[in-house]
Design a protein around this ligand. Structure first.
Ligand SMILES: NC(=O)c1ccc[n+]([C@@H]2O[C@H](COP(=O)([O-])OP(=O)(O)OC[C@H]3O[C@@H](n4cnc5c(N)ncnc54)[C@H](OP(=O)(O)O)[C@@H]3O)[C@@H](O)[C@H]2O)c1
Length: 245
């Protein structure tokens, strides 16, 4: 168990597959209760719930809509023992900016940026009252490096990093930390569109001989939730095998 207090529930958006599923799996192993938020329940998350019972809750919500975000904010406010929020859900539409459809821009802004800001507001109020809590937001190395075709996606991630630093400054006096984890390329549904040429380019940028995995990203979230990270706030932890160094 990573916390010594009664607060032990962590809300993980996008916790049903990819990086978020692995974050939920690791946090359950660490002893937290997890509430995974997504539009659809997956077989993989159902299997986690079967194993961990009521400790692995699923909440259906569409974070691209105001109603969906508000329903999750209400769940956060009603949560007894809220300890953490992991803003992980995101969507990525790629394409040169000159041709990017407006609907795709708005979808990325809503899911990747507005939702984390609204949910962080609900969470930080409860955490400040409890005088403890951890907010971890999943950014990307795109926030700091230019990758063609990812303009709006990168903008949402850069904005999240700026937002996190201010949130950390505002909530810090109440013992609440706010940090980002910024992965490089990880093989998930989000990145499945990348062709072999792009994957080869990524492999050549890597300093390490193996690809970054969902488990690597989840381990960093687990660390930032743990007592060992109690003095770390307003930080961006890159998990990219050195690709963007
Ligand atoms: N994969 C990479 O290479 C990579 C690299 C850097 C950063 N990241 C970041 O890592 C995080 C996780 O990415 P991933 O690769 O694991 O993505 P993923 O496999 O596509 O999973 C995305 C998760 O978000 C949920 N989601 C998407 N749209 C949603 C919506 N409108 N409302 C509620 N939930 C929604 C999905 O569930 P539903 O579809 O059922 O709603 C799913 O659980 C994201 O923040 C991403 O930007 C990924």
């Amino acid at each position: 168990m990573s916390t010594s207090t009664a607060e032990r529930t962590v809300v993980v958006t996008g916790g049903t597959r990819g990086i978020g599923l692995e974050i939920g799996r690791v946090l359950l192993q660490d002893g937290y209760d997890v509430i995974a938020v997504a539009r659809n329940l997956t077989d993989e998350y159902e299997a986690l719930s079967a194993h961990h019972g009521a400790r692995a809750e699923f909440m259906a919500a569409d974070l691209s809509s105001r109603e969906g975000v508000d329903s999750v904010a209400r769940r956060i406010r009603s949560c007894t023992g809220l300890y953490g929020l992991v803003n992980n859900a995101a969507v990525a539409f790629s394409g040169l900016h000159a041709g990017l459809p407006r609907a795709e821009m708005e979808s990325m802004l809503a899911v990747n940026l507005t939702a984390p800001m609204v949910l962080s507001q609900a969470a930080v109020k409860a955490m400040m009252r409890a005088r403890t809590g951890r907010i971890v937001t999943i950014s990307s190395i795109c926030a700091q490096r230019p990758y063609r075709g990812l303009g709006v996606y990168s903008a949402t991630k850069a904005a999240l990093e700026g937002f996190t630093r201010v949130l950390a400054a505002e909530a810090g006096p109440w013992g609440v930390t706010a940090n980002c984890v910024a992965p490089g390329f990880i093989d998930t549904a989000m990145s499945e569109g990348l062709d072999e040429v792009a994957r080869g380019r990524i492999r050549r940028r890597s300093m390490l001989p193996h690809e970054t995995s969902t488990g690597d990203a989840a381990a960093s979230v687990s660390f930032l939730m743990s007592p060992a990270a109690g003095a770390i706030t307003a930080e961006v932890l890159r998990v990219d095998a050195g690709a963007a160094a």
